[in-house]
Design a protein around this ligand. Structure first.
Ligand code: NAP
Length: 281
């Protein structure tokens, strides 16, 4: 029988994770099954117990569960403990559940290696303070930006991140209305606002022609955040497909102890997204 894995979240039908992991498995000749399962917050504990009791080997965890699930595993990797959020669970040989966070490594790899973006000395604006923002903050600070301003709909959550991470670099925080009205070098959207079809309510001066805009979210066509950035003249605005594939490769390596090649999967995923967009035009 093949080993079972799944991605859990709510909503989940849009997830490309099963498609990506199926390609990694074929490429590395691993016999696995990977499903996408919608799990509501009230059923999270019960679902985890059931999945692993039933022979499941590992889970990918997406919104809105990344913080809650830290309470449901026995051990955290250092990067998951620092983030206070998990996107990966591994059932160890001894029966204990290990929580990891591969989001930051995936984003950093996409920005620096796939897209050739330099972060050193740059001014960053991070929108959002949920599970994904927690996962990417420390790896971004590790690239020595001049500063990161964290803006969130609920400002208190952004301030909590400053308290947690300020010893690692220069951080400021506030609500969207508190974002300084001057150009940032890089604006990263880590909110779930796209799901509601909403555009950011930050000052228009934050984005200029030289700003690089990165949306963690992905869709068959430009997200509301990317459309908003392009309307402001932003020449480089990309969706988080590269991050998705890179963070999945880190998960796959943890689960299967083999590193898949990401470049061919990313090319195929981009082609699939383009043809899905063309089919709906
Ligand atoms: P989460 O833990 O549920 O956090 C959601 C965040 O979005 C919070 O900061 C929340 O603000 C904010 N938000 C929700 N609705 C909003 C709205 N209508 N307007 C403004 N802000 C809003 O979710 P997450 O796990 O951090 O995921 C966030 C996004 O990143 C999702 O789109 C997810 O798909 C994407 N993501 C992509 C990748 C990738 O590999 N490409 C990896 C991880 C995540 P409050 O604190 O005020 O509620």
């Amino acid at each position: 029988m093949n080993d079972r894995y799944a991605v859990i979240g709510q909503p989940i039908s849009h997830s490309r994770s099963p498609w990506i992991h199926a390609r990694f498995a074929r490429q590395t000749q691993q016999d696995i099954q990977f499903d996408a399962i919608e799990v509501v917050p009230a059923r999270l504990t019960e679902y985890l117990r059931h999945f692993f009791a039933d022979g499941g080997k590992g889970l990918s965890v997406t919104l809105p569960h990344k913080q809650a699930v830290t309470q449901l595993v026995q051990e955290l990797t250092p990067r998951a403990a620092q983030a206070g959020a998990i996107n990966t669970i591994l059932l160890r040989q001894d029966g204990a559940l290990l929580g990891d966070n591969t989001d930051g490594a995936g984003l950093v790899r996409d920005l620096t290696q796939n897209l050739g973006i330099s972060i050193v000395g740059r001014r960053l604006l991070l929108l959002g303070a949920g599970g994904a923002a927690r996962g990417v903050l420390l790896p971004l600070l590790g690239l020595a930006p001049q500063e990161i301003f964290i803006a969130n709909r609920s400002p208190q959550r952004a301030h909590e991140l400053v308290e947690r991470f300020s010893k690692f670099g220069k951080l400021r925080a506030g609500g969207f209305e508190d974002v300084p009205a001057r150009r940032f070098d890089l604006v990263i959207n880590a909110t779930a606002a796209n799901l509601a079809g909403e555009k950011p309510t930050i000052p228009v001066q934050t984005v200029g022609t030289q700003t690089f805009c990165y949306d963690l979210a992905y869709a068959n066509r430009d997200t509301p955040f990317l459309s908003w950035a392009q309307e402001r003249g932003c020449a480089r605005a990309v969706m988080g497909l590269g991050m998705l594939v890179e963070q999945a490769a880190e998960q796959f390596q943890l689960w299967r102890e083999v590193r898949p090649d990401t470049s061919s999967v990313l090319v195929a995923l981009r082609a699939q997204i383009s043809s899905a967009a063309a089919a709906t035009e």
